[in-house]
Ligand binder design. Structure first.
Ligand code: GLU
Length: 495
């Protein structure tokens, strides 16, 4: 029962030609592994750098691994990262559908085509799926590999369950080329007759990726190096179909340390975890871009790249085959740099939810508080603990008023507060300038260093040794009434 050639011809006719086309093909797992984010980024950059097309394909044929809502995580992450796709399940495109389970009808026909071409065979052996996947299946023993066409037809007619396996030649070698790993040659006898089509009629990844990449006109296949060992089998499939082999870009794993890959199961953070830990998407992307890729020439020393700059600079020749180690401290450095480079308004916007975790009093201006923090935090999650003194003055120790460098002790502090309170109370307008000038003038009048006056004022206002911002800023945010209340409380404590 040969498939009508028109079926294949129609699909072939839909394939766009002449432009770079890349795809990110995640399986919906419910989170974005850092390595996958990097794959997505490189794949997107290759397309954008070349003015090509970037495709999102959802690989959901592994029904066991399905996670509720996981596809939404993919869309959300891609959108948040600015890795916009030109074709995909939600936006459509010429070679859809873009969700593998919606392509189910296709794979069986291509598997049958391969059987006709002699590059695959029906296998009726009763094996569990895990046995089939384990690669322990010894094809030389498989009676199905040499089953006559009549016997196959009879089994099919009898409704016997089957899988379709790739028929790997016993002899010879297969060579494939990868952009970073170069030419790799393997003996065919080391390759297994892998399952292409499972008993449930769904394809294995090993088959679906080849059929889909071809039918979607993918020119560059970017994926993790765990697929390198299967690449010779993919080449044999492309060759059997008579299809052009895409450019392979296999990326080495992102490691936790010298010996271990990063893994969510072992507690390493996913992209979503990093966001939750207070890292900015832009900083994560920038850092991840450099995990396994390095700019060349004039840009060789540059570290900070916007997404647009990456589009210009990205070149697949810069992808390294050595595994990269994920260093949270380095990411933190990138994050701090990004936070500092933001406009004050943009920073205030991302900081506000974190400020409001600690500062609930709406009278205290989040934008103004943000101004104190921008240069003083590395991650957004650093923010709340720095602000715990705004809503309520913490209980603090008298000894906080003693500071050698500012030349204050408890007696001097009391004196300073006694002078500061009326000076501040007399201010007609509660502006930072007015508070600043009043205190600086007072210090001059008293013949003391500014710090000798500012130290006790800040301690009394905040009840903390370390605060973001100085006395003036903190008093301004607290407002006149609350400032005076706190300064008086400090005096009472010192008396
Ligand atoms: N669905 C595969 C994965 O998530 C994609 C591999 C590929 O890009 O070909 O690992």
């Amino acid at each position: 029962m040969a498939v009508d050639p028109a079926f294949f011809a129609e699909l072939e006719a839909r394939i766009p030609k002449g432009k770079v086309r890349t795809r990110f093909a995640p399986s919906p797992t419910g989170y974005t592994h850092v390595g996958n984010l990097r794959t997505a980024l490189y794949t997107w950059l290759i397309a954008r750098h070349a003015g090509g097309t970037f495709i999102l394909r959802i690989e959901d044929t592994d029904q066991v691994r399905q996670v509720e809502g996981a596809t939404d995580v993919i869309y959300r992450t891609m959108a948040e990262c600015g890795l916009t796709h030109d074709e995909g399940p939600d936006v459509g495109g010429p070679v859809g559908p873009y969700i593998q389970t919606e392509r189910q009808g296709l794979y069986g026909k291509f598997a049958e085509l391969l059987v006709e071409k002699g590059a695959a065979y029906y296998c009726f052996c009763e094996k569990t799926e895990s046995e089939e996947d384990s690669g322990e299946f010894d094809r030389s023993d498989d009676p199905c590999r040499s089953m006559s066409a009549e016997e196959v037809a009879a089994n099919l007619a009898a409704g016997k369950p089957y899988v379709i396996r790739q028929r790997i030649p016993h002899e010879g070698t297969t060579t494939f080329h990868d952009v970073s790993f170069g030419d790799i040659t393997v003996e065919n006898k080391t390759l297994d007759d892998q399952v292409l089509l499972k008993r449930d009629g769904l394809p294995t990844y090993n088959f679906a990726n080849v059929v889909d990449d071809h039918l979607m006109g993918i020119t560059h296949v970017v994926r993790g190096s765990e697929y390198l060992s299967s690449a010779p089998k993919y080449n044999l499939l492309y060759e059997a179909f008579g299809w052009e082999i895409p450019t392979y870009v296999h990326c080495s794993p992102v490691m936790r340390d010298q010996h271990n890959k990063m893994s969510k199961r072992h507690g390493d953070p996913s992209y979503e975890d990093l966001r939750e830990q207070g890292y900015l998407t832009e900083a994560i992307l920038n850092y991840v871009a450099l995990l396994g890729w390095a700019p060349k020439g004039d840009l060789g020393e540059q570290e900070i790249f916007s997404l647009n700059e990456l589009v210009d600079a990205f070149d697949i020749a810069g992808i390294s085959k050595s595994p990269a180690i994920f260093d949270l401290e380095k990411l933190t450095y990138f994050n701090a740099t990004y936070l500092r480079r933001m406009t004050p308004d943009a920073f205030a916007k991302v900081a506000e939810p974190y400020i409001r975790q600690a500062v609930k009093n709406p009278a205290y201006d989040a934008g103004e508080i943000a101004g104190l923090l921008q240069a003083r935090c590395e991650k957004l999650t650093d923010i709340p603990e720095k602000l715990d003194f705004f809503d309520a003055l913490p209980a603090y120790d008298k000894s906080f008023f003693v500071n050698k460098k500012s030349k204050t002790d408890e007696t001097i502090s009391l004196e300073m507060l006694e002078k500061a309170v009326p000076a501040l109370e007399a201010l007609p307008a509660w502006t930072t300038e007015a508070i600043h000038d009043a205190l600086v003038n007072l210090a001059a009048e008293l013949g003391v260093k500014n710090a000798t006056l500012m130290w006790p004022v800040r301690i009394a206002a905040a009840g903390k040794l370390v605060t973001p911002g100085g006395a003036v800023e903190i008093c301004h945010i607290l407002g006149k009434e609350e400032t005076l209340r706190r300064l008086r409380a400090g005096m009472a404590m010192l008396k």
